[in-house]
Design a protein around this ligand. Structure first.
Ligand SMILES: C[S@@+](CC[C@H](N)C(=O)[O-])C[C@H]1O[C@@H](n2cnc3c(N)ncnc32)[C@H](O)[C@@H]1O
Length: 300
C-alpha cells in the first residue's frame, strides 16, 4: 500500500476503529453494529482478541468519553437515515464518506440511491477492502471530490444525482478538517442542488471553545480537560489531518440559514447519553462527558 494512501485516510480509519470496538460488544450491550469496520482497521485481529471492554478501557485512558462520543454520532446518523428512508427520501449523499458502511449495513430500501463522496485515494482503498458481494451495492455510486478545489455539483451531477428527488445529506466528521470557505461553498452548492426538492442535512462541527475554554467542552469534573483537548487535536495532526476550523452555534446557524437551511436539532453526547447508553446499562457519568463536537440536523 502506498504511503500517500495512509496520509489521507488516518482519521477515516480512526473512526472505523471505534465502530469496530463497539461491534465487539455483546449484541444486547452495543449501540451500533458495523460488520465491515474491521476491514479498514490496521491491527483489527489483535483488537478482536482484546475484546470490547479492554479496548474501551484503553480509549478511556486516552480521553474519557471519546469512544462513546463517536459511537453516539454514528447511531444518531443511523437513526436519521433510517427515519428519512422510511419517510420517502429518494437519495442519500454521504460527504466525506471515509469508511462509512451505512449503505450496506442499515437494510435501506432499494429505492434509495446513495452517493458516497470522498477523495479518490480513500474511495479506492475502500473499494479494495470491502467484500465483492455486498448488500445493496447496486444502489451505491462512489463520487470523487476534493471539497477545497472541486465542484461538488459537477461531480454529483455526472454521477447521476437527480435534482428533483428528495435527499438526505450527511457531512459527518469533516468540517474541522477543511477551511470555512470550503464548508460554506459546499453548503451553498447543496442548497442549489436541492432547491427544487426537500432536503435534510446533517453536519457535525467542533466547538470554537476548544481553544478558548476547553473545560466547557467536557462534562463537569472531566479530568485534565485542557491537556486532553490538546491531545485530541494532536492525534489528528499526527496522521496528517489537522483540525483547522471551529464554530460557535451562531456561526454554523448563520452559514446554514444563509442557504435556507434551518436547524432542527443541535446535540452532543451530553444529550444522547441517556438515549443510547442508558438503555444498554452504560450511562456515562458527568465527568466522562465529551461535548466538543456538535451534531446538527437542518432542513431546507
Ligand atoms: C474523520 S473522517 C470521517 C469519515 C466518515 N464520515 C466517518 O465518520 O466515518 C474525515 C473524512 O473526510 C474526508 N476529507 C477530508 N478532507 C477532504 C476534502 N478536502 N475533500 C474530500 N474529502 C475530504 C477524508 O478523506 C475522510 O474520509
Amino acid at each position: 500500500m502506498s504511503k500517500s494512501i495512509f496520509t489521507k485516510d488516518g482519521t477515516a480509519q480512526g473512526v472505523a476503529k471505534q465502530r469496530l470496538i463497539e461491534t465487539l460488544a455483546r449484541p444486547d450491550k452495543r449501540v451500533i453494529n458495523d460488520p465491515y469496520a474491521d476491514k479498514f482497521v490496521i491491527g483489527a485481529s489483535f483488537m478482536k482478541l482484546m475484546g470490547h471492554k479492554l479496548n474501551v478501557w484503553l480509549a478511556q485512558k486516552f480521553a474519557p468519553g471519546f469512544h462513546e462520543h463517536l459511537i453516539s454520532r454514528t447511531r444518531f446518523i443511523d437513526d436519521l437515515i433510517k427515519k428519512s428512508a422510511a419517510s420517502g427520501a429518494e437519495q442519500y449523499v454521504i460527504l466525506g464518506a471515509g469508511y462509512d458502511s451505512r449503505a450496506h449495513r442499515l437494510e435501506l430500501p432499494s429505492s434509495l440511491r446513495i452517493f458516497e463522496v470522498d477523495q479518490p485515494e480513500v474511495l479506492d482503498r475502500k473499494r479494495s477492502k470491502l467484500p465483492k458481494e455486498l448488500p445493496n451495492s447496486e444502489n451505491v455510486t462512489y463520487v470523487t471530490v476534493d471539497f477545497t478545489h472541486q465542484s461538488l455539483t459537477e461531480q454529483l451531477m455526472a454521477a447521476g444525482f437527480d435534482q428533483s428527488k428528495s435527499t438526505v445529506i450527511t457531512f459527518e466528521g469533516v468540517s474541522q478538517y477543511i477551511t470555512k470557505e470550503a464548508v460554506s461553498s459546499t453548503i451553498k452548492e447543496l442548497a442549489t442542488l436541492t432547491q427544487n426538492s426537500s432536503s435534510i442535512l446533517f453536519i457535525s462541527y467542533v466547538d470554537e471553545l476548544l481553544d478558548k475554554d476547553p473545560e466547557a467542552c467536557f462534562g463537569k469534573g472531566y479530568p485534565k480537560a485542557a491537556k486532553r483537548a490538546k491531545l485530541i487535536k494532536n492525534l489528528s495532526a499526527k496522521v496528517g489531518e489537522p483540525w483547522i476550523s471551529f464554530y460557535s452555534a451562531e456561526e454554523i446557524g448563520s452559514v446554514l440559514s444563509k442557504n435556507d437551511f434551518s436547524i432542527k436539532e443541535n446535540v452532543t453526547l451530553e444529550d444522547l447519553n441517556s438515549v443510547y447508553f442508558t438503555p444498554v446499562g452504560r450511562t456515562l457519568p458527568e465527568n466522562q462527558i465529551f461535548k466538543l463536537e456538535h451534531f446538527v440536523i437542518a432542513k431546507s
